[in-house]
Design a protein around this ligand. Sequence first.
Ligand code: ADP
Ligand code: MG
Length: 677
Amino acid sequence: MLDKEIRYLKGVGPARAERLGKLGIATVNDMLLHLPRDYLDRRNVTPIASLRPGGEATVVGTVSRSYDLRTRRGGKIFQVVLDDGTGTVTLTFFHARYLRRKLKKGVRLSASGKVESYRGLSMAHPDLYFLDASEDREYESGKLLPVYPLTAGISQGVMRKLVQTALSEAEGQVGEILPPSVIRDAGWQSRFDLLVSVHSPSQPGEGQRARDMLALEELYLYQQMLGRVRQKARSLDGTPLRSDPRAVGVFVESLPFELTGAQRRVIESVIEDVSRDVPMRRLLQGDVGSGKTVVAALACWICLRSGHQAAMLAPTEVLASQHRDSLGSFLEPLGVPCHLLTSSTPRGERKRIQGELYGEKPCLLIGTHAILEESVFVPELGLLVVDEQQKFGVAQRESLLEGRLPRPHMLVMTATPIPRTLSMTFYGDLDLSVIDEMPPGRGSVETRVMGRQSKRRIFRFLEKRLGRGGRAYLVYPLKEASEQEDLRDATSAYEVLRKGSLGRFGVGLLHGGMPGKSKVEVSEAFAAGDISLLVCTTVVEVGLDVPEATVMVVVNAERFGLSQLHQLRGRIGRGGRDAWCFLVTGSPPEGTAMERLMTLQSTNDGFEIARKDLELRGPGELLGTRQHGIPGFRVADLARDSQLVPRAKALAVEHQRWERLRGEFELRFGPIGPPGI
Ligand code: ADP
Ligand code: MG
């Protein structure tokens, strides 16, 4: 019933159905979840004749006149006379030329604001609401009216009517989702009641509270789904790995540094996870530079020592090659063969590696996703490490291991620290480990936001640093909309610099469009010091580890997310030396851009930065998953509703336990009714 196609709802035909489709409304249920973006309080409309100066009021009328005025100081004022048949009031707007087109004679509107007495009654900058012809009558109804997001061809009045039709058709058909006690404690009788409140509240605030409950409900549903994924994965046979404490000791002693306390803690959980016959599913989060690689290396070591193979997946060739080097630096001295496999690996080499994988001695395979999925098979896979720079959704993550039995352990690494509530949603199917401590002895990174005009100063600075043997990145971040342009900018900057005075230090170019092989060559030349200035696009965000790099200049920084910029600057100051990051703005930054960039200047804490990013740009941008991966919530908004997530999760866990107990109970005593009664 609720999944009835919207075109069969009374009042909707094929034409309207198509328009509603643009709002994502395909079924009656979608219609019920098309929530108002606001409410208009129409209960207290005052006739203009009874307005008194000093108070707040709402009036409704028709524009009878509009004209421009100038103040004595030359400021521009736009005024409108509103008539409701009982009298007139003047609405005054300063610097609001955009309103002139809308506030024409004959337009019907409501205006709410403070009533003043200035040459007759007036209101300065009242809140306006334009009434379309369809609304006039309701408007007099003295209700709290919902205001819906609309699309061309569907008026506010029509939308209200359709939602009401959907509501009356749905009465008696709406099933419960949240536990009844939760709904009752919040003051409603049923889910249907909630829907009525959200679409036609009778008190101010009631609609918003009902909306919050529906958001909770949606997050709860999502948490249940995650719980099921988790449960299903746990029910599969795993690959218990025996971790010999002596082997762990050998690894730890071979390190050129002491592990941090945070690394030790995480390693303990990993060792415990992999020793069980339930497959591990762990997310390793840590700020850029916090030392996740060594944790992954140890996990691989344990796996290999217990006679199984291990594999690591990276999203790009450059990253895969970097991982090969960094994991190899820990594991090769201990006699572990590490193989790199990407799309540029020659066929002969590929064959040889496949042969090794079938051989006696377990080895570590590092590659890009496509490779593991398509061109080689890893027998006896005990552990899969996924470096998740481009985020996958739950389903994609699952598909990597689909069909493999026994199920290998999985360790997912992400370098974007994200607020806990967000990771509970996005990575809710995984257990979480956080490395919240930086290795000692790192240089600090000073960040400065600079205008374009400081270019000269920055170049002088570069010249000095490079002259002393330092290395630097000049980053042109790519953004879809202007990708071509950014790439052109990077390429032409490269040409200019190569021929200029910095040319003698060796200038290289690295961008995503280059063939994998040349990318690897350029990164190696930079690591070796043959190139000291690397002009690049955001490909460096992921993975380059060159301790000598101490300067980074980011061009047009305002176009990028805070977390992305934070990742970028994590590429410098990796050695002990102090490093400098210059965020150069392009055109004068608008809106929150400057505020965002200043956050980077004032803090180095990745979690703090992620919180700010979430607040200012929303989760899709933060996770880099605008196209895919992020759950498509209809009601909940992860930036706004994050405080609901822990509750949703607790309810889902509770529900799961109840379901289990209920099963046990019914086995002994026979069927019982729904929970919570
Ligand atoms: P990320 O978490 O960004 O992947 P890495 O694993 O690349 O960080 O580590 C950054 C650098 O810090 C590497 O050069 C690594 O060898 C070094 N490192 C890791 N752990 C420690 C430690 N406990 N003490 C000192 N240096 C460390
Ligand atoms: Mg890393």
